[in-house]
Design a protein. Structure first.
Length: 185
């Protein structure tokens, strides 16, 4: 790590209006979890080639590539948050995508805002889900893989019910792995 890489960057790239309180809540939890200050970055541009009209969804991989083209020099990691529904070719949807051991991640609020019955999620539950998914994807950038413990924030989530069941925190094993990775630099 260079001395320039001093923070984790949170960047809203959604089509809708940003909810500042929502980003502040993510920022606070990210700082507590990873031990780096987080900064919220506002950008006016959005990726233009990520929309797939056949699926009516956005490619998380294309968005992630786009995000990585403009990482602030002083950012250790970056997570872009969008309201677009994301996919990768082999899955119907994803909550997010990250580079394992890399700098970047992207998380979508689209599926986190709805319950399985299609009704909107209460604001506090939605925000808890978003915090968990941002920490989860950032965990991958710190080389954490999916955890076998269902309560760990690094456990795999294929549905919002699985997101709801896990805590927003790393289990002891994942915390230890993160500390070892950070000690190596």
């Amino acid at each position: 790590m260079t001395t320039l890489e001093s923070h984790i960057c949170l960047q809203w790239i959604g089509n809708g209006r940003v909810e500042e309180e929502m980003l502040d809540q993510v920022k606070d939890h990210v700082e507590r979890t990873f031990g780096f200050p987080a900064r919220i970055r506002q950008v006016d541009v959005r990726p233009t080639d990520a929309f797939d009209p056949a699926r009516y969804q956005y490619s998380s991989t294309k968005i992630l590539r786009w995000v990585l083209q403009d990482v602030p020099l002083d950012a250790k990691k970056i997570v872009a948050i969008t309201d677009c529904d994301l996919f990768i070719p082999v899955l119907t949807f994803v909550f997010g995508e990250a580079q394992l051991g890399g700098k970047g991640a992207v998380v979508s609020t689209a599926r986190l805002r709805m319950n399985l019955n299609g009704l909107p999620t209460p604001r506090n539950l939605f925000r808890a889900r978003l915090v968990k998914e941002c920490v989860h994807e950032l965990g991958h950038t710190f080389s954490l893989v999916h955890c076998h413990l269902s309560r760990c924030v690094m456990s795999r989530s294929n549905t919002v019910l699985e997101v709801d069941r896990k805590s927003g925190n790393l289990c002891r094993e994942c915390q230890d792995h993160l500390k070892r990775r950070q000690a190596k630099g």
